[in-house]
Structures are given as C-alpha cells and as structure tokens.
Design a protein around this ligand. Structure first.
Ligand code: GLN
Length: 300
C-alpha cells in the first residue's frame, strides 16, 4: 500500500548517472564488470545507477553525470579515442574533474588522462594532462607488464589484473598506491596509478571493482557526497521514511552525508564472495599473510 505523503512532498528516486566513455572502443579484460559492480552495489542500497554510453563524436556535458568511467584498449583503438577525448570531451571532462566528480580511468584510459602516450609504433597520442605524468612504450620487443597485481591503498590492499606495454612515469602526480606484487606504472618505482582530486587512474583492469568492494563503495560514496551533501533531504521525502526502497538504510546513510564526511556511509553489504576473490588473488601472488588478514577481517 502506498505510504501517505504530505501534498507538496515529492518523493524523488535516488539516482546516480554514470557516463561510460568509449564503451565500444575501450573495453578490455572485463572493464565493463566495473560498471556492473557499481550498478549492483547501488541497487542493493535502493539507488538507481543509470549508465549512459559516450562514444566518438559525443560531447560530454558535465552536469548530466555523477560519475565517469573510461576503460582500457589496444593502441590501435586508443588513437582515434585520444583525438576525440581531447577535441570533443576535453573541456567537459576537465570541468567535471575540477568539480570533484569521481572518475575512474583504467589502463589505456588512464594513459590518455596524462600528458601523452608514446606507443611502440606511430605518433604520440596527446592526453588531457589531468595527471602530471606521461607514458612511453619502449618498443615492440620490450616485454609487456602482464599478470595479477596487488597494491596498498589507504592501508588496505587493491587487487587486479594488468596488461600494458606502456610505462607511466609520474611527475608531480600522486600515485593511487604502492605496488606490493606486480608491475604497476612502470615496473621500476613501485608506484601504481595516479590521483587528481577525485579522478583515479590505474592499470588494474576489469576485476578491479568486483574484487575490491571497498574501492567500489568509496567511489559511490564520493558521488553521493558530491550530489546530495548540500541538499535538504527532509524536503525530498527520501530520508524520512516515505521512500519505501530506502527505508532499509540508505536514508540514514545519506542523512549523515549532510553532517560530516565519515566512512562507511553506505549500508554494508554481504561481501564474503568478493573478499574471497580478493584474498585468492593475494594468495596466488604469494601474499599469504595479507590474504589471511583480509579473510579474518571480512569474515567476522
Ligand atoms: N595500449 C596501452 C598499452 O599497452 C594500453 C593497454 C590497455 O589498456 N590494456 O600500454
């Protein structure tokens, strides 16, 4: 039975919109799985995640999105995308980034947010320069950085799979994390990825968010904080019990957003499978104590 509402109290569904840049060109190693994970984790909290694909030729209007995602691709797919990213989407993307929109860029997408990517063959691809960093492929004979990878991030681990020929070197850009096992940015300095405001570049591919629920929730929280932190929720009807879908937890969750930025803001989910997957990558990399620690922490 529908709940009673006062006349002028409109119930708004809690919705986030994610712009998926170049879904057809940049989608290696299950990058799309990152989006499925975000959508599912939102859905379980009564949040609808709308996903809008942005291909070559589409402009990026920053006000239409709450999050952005760019996946990885081979060099031949990256080249036309690089030009479009710079010419069609550059200004909108910069505006979104400067306005603290959470942006996740994986591998080829990450490379294009730095100054340039110099492939093994062919001309340099100009990047947006969001990260003060650059990427160079050392030539067709140089070995690729391939395999499972674990990094430390915010006192925890992130695991994933990497496969890149380019080596990224950070200027003043802050790394996302420190490599524990694997190659990361360049197989030399133990840095992995880069961070600018709420934009995260990383070489960790498609299993990133499925196997790292803490990082997935972190991105969702950033989007919620940015979108809702300055709104009066009592006026929306979402957070006073009138919104049935949200009664289970998201209401109080986002009410907290108004007060302070404290983690965890989102209702916890049953993530034992995700943490098993996380721990199994750590174990495969020989990181036994880290794996045991993850299982101990998340089983209890
Ligand atoms: N073409 C880039 C490289 O090999 C990116 C690869 C990828 O996105 N997996 O360095």
């Amino acid at each position: 039975m529908p709940k009673m509402m006062s006349q002028n109290m409109a119930v708004q569904p809690l919705t986030l919109t994610l712009g998926h840049l170049y879904p057809d060109q940049l989608n290696l190693y299950g990058d799309r799985g990152n989006i499925l994970t975000l959508r599912r984790r939102c859905q379980l909290r009564g949040i609808e995640l709308k996903v809008v694909g942005l291909g070559v030729g589409d402009a990026l209007a920053p006000d239409e999105y709450d999050m952005l995602f760019i996946g990885g691709g081979q060099d031949k797919e990256q080249a036309p995308v690089a030009q479009d990213l710079y010419e069609m989407k550059g200004i909108g993307l910069w505006a979104a980034i400067e306005d603290d929109m959470p942006v996740l860029a994986v591998c080829g997408g990450y490379q294009l947010l730095a100054h340039y990517y110099r492939p093994a063959e062919g001309p340099d691809m100009r990047g947006l320069g969001v990260f003060d960093a650059w990427t160079e492929h050392k030539g067709p004979k140089s070995p690729r950085c391939i395999g499972n990878i674990a990094i430390s991030w915010n006192g925890q681990t992130l695991v994933g799979f990497e496969n890149h020929g380019g080596r990224t070197y950070l200027g003043t850009a802050k790394p996302l994390g420190k490599v524990i096992k694997g190659n990361g940015n360049n197989a030399e300095d133990q840095t992995e990825g880069a961070v600018y405001r709420h934009t995260y570049g990383t070489y960790l591919h498609g299993s990133l968010l499925p196997k790292n629920p803490h990082f997935a929730d972190y991105l969702i929280e950033l989007a919620l904080q940015r979108k809702f932190a300055d709104q009066s929720f009592t006026d929306t009807g979402i957070f006073n019990g009138n919104h049935a879908d949200n009664a289970a937890g998201i209401g109080s969750t986002v009410l907290e957003l108004q007060k302070t930025i404290v983690s965890p803001l989102l209702t916890p989910l049953e993530d034992s499978l995700e943490w098993e997957a996380h721990a199994s990558i750590l174990e495969r990399l020989g990181l036994y104590s880290e794996a045991a620690n993850v299982l101990r922490t998340h089983r209890s």
